[in-house]
Design a protein around this ligand. Structure first.
Ligand SMILES: CC(C)CCC[C@@H](C)[C@H]1CC[C@H]2[C@@H]3CC=C4C[C@@H](O)CC[C@]4(C)[C@H]3CC[C@]12C
Length: 275
C-alpha cells in the first residue's frame, strides 16, 4: 500500500496519490502557518446539490479524451502551413530546423524538425514507454513520474525540469496527460496540461503548462531505420518573465533536448567494447 505522503527524490510530495485511483485518502492537511483558524460550521449540502463523484471508469475515459483532444489540436496547428517563421537552422547538428508561429493571442509556438538515426519503434520506446528514464540521458529534466497508467496509450505524468545554468527560465513542474498512437510506420505522442485536485501546485515550484503538444515520428520512405521527428512545443512557462527571454529559451530547450536524444541514440547504437 502507498503511504499517505509519497516523497520523491526531487523533494516534491504526492500527498493524495491514492485518491486518483478512486480510493479514499487519509492524508492530513498540513498547516502552513502557525495561526489556527477556527473551523466554520459547514452547512450540510442538500441532497439535490450533491454531485456524485465520477467513477474510476468515467475518470479514465475523460483522461483518454483529454489526451486525444490535445493530440488533435496540436496536429491541427502543425497542419496549417502558413505563418511559420524560421528561428534556428543548425547545420552543424545535421539539419535541425526550428520554426515559430504566433498563435491567436500572443503565445509563440515552436516546431522542431529533424531526421534521427533510429527507427520509429526505438524512438517510441525511448520517448513514451521509458519516459521515466528520461532524466538519465537528459540533464534538462530532473524527473518524469508516471502517476497513473490510464491505459496502454494514455498516462498521467508529473515532470520536473532541472534548474540548470543553461536553462534561463528556472525550474518548473508540469502535470500532464500524455497520449500515444502507434501506427505501422509512424507514432504520435500528444499531451496537455491537466489539473488534479490530488496534486495541486506545490510551494516553491512554478507549475508550467505543456500543450496541447505533439511529437510525430515517421519512418523515412527511403530508409525505415531513420525517422523524421517533428515536435510542436506549445508551452506556458508561467511566472513573471519577459516574453523575449521565454521566446529565446524555448527553442534552445528544444535544441538541447534533440542534442541529448541524439547522444542517447549514439550510446545505444555503439557496439559494446570488447575486452
Ligand atoms: C524551458 C524550461 C521551462 C523547460 C525545459 C525542459 C522541457 C523542454 C522538458 C520538460 C518536460 C519535458 C517533457 C516530459 C515528457 C515528455 C513525454 C514524452 O513522451 C515526449 C517528450 C516530453 C513531451 C518532454 C519534452 C521536453 C520537456 C517539455
Amino acid at each position: 500500500m502507498l503511504p499517505a505522503v509519497v516523497k520523491l527524490c526531487c523533494g516534491i510530495s504526492y500527498p493524495h496519490l491514492r485518491s486518483m485511483t478512486g480510493k479514499q485518502d487519509d492524508a492530513q492537511p498540513v498547516a502552513l502557518n502557525h495561526t489556527v483558524k477556527k473551523k466554520k460550521k459547514k452547512k450540510k449540502p442538500k441532497q439535490r446539490d450533491m454531485k456524485p463523484s465520477p467513477t474510476k471508469d468515467q475518470l479514465f475515459s475523460s483522461y483518454v479524451q483529454q489526451g486525444q483532444d490535445a493530440m488533435q489540436k496540436a496536429l491541427d496547428m502543425l497542419s496549417k502551413t502558413e505563418g511559420w517563421k524560421t528561428e534556428i537552422t543548425e547545420v552543424i547538428f545535421n539539419g535541425v530546423e526550428i520554426c515559430s508561429k504566433v498563435m491567436a493571442g500572443t503565445r509563440k509556438v515552436f516546431r522542431l524538425q529533424v531526421v534521427l538515426d533510429a527507427d520509429v519503434d526505438e524512438l517510441y520506446d525511448i520517448l513514451f514507454v521509458r519516459v521515466e528514464e528520461m532524466h538519465q540521458w537528459n540533464p534538462s529534466i530532473q524527473q518524469v513520474k508516471i502517476l497513473q497508467r490510464v491505459g496502454p496509450e494514455t498516462i498521467i505524468t508529473h515532470e520536473v525540469s532541472a534548474g540548470t545554468a543553461g536553462n534561463l527560465i528556472g525550474q518548473r513542474d508540469f502535470l500532464s496527460v500524455r497520449h500515444s498512437c502507434r501506427q505501422r510506420s509512424c507514432a504520435y505522442l500528444g499531451g496537455a496540461a491537466i489539473q488534479l485536485e490530488s496534486l495541486p501546485p506545490q510551494t516553491g515550484f512554478v507549475r508550467a503548462e505543456d500543450g496541447p503538444t505533439c511529437i510525430i515520428i515517421e519512418a523515412l520512405d527511403e530508409d525505415s531505420s531513420r525517422s523524421r521527428f517533428t515536435w510542436l512545443l506549445n508551452m506556458d512557462v508561467k511566472g513573471w518573465l519577459p516574453t523575449s527571454l521565454v521566446n529565446q529559451a524555448l527553442p534552445r530547450a528544444q535544441l538541447d533536448f534533440t542534442r541529448h536524444l541524439r547522444r542517447r541514440l549514439e550510446t545505444l547504437h555503439r557496439p559494446p567494447v570488447s575486452a
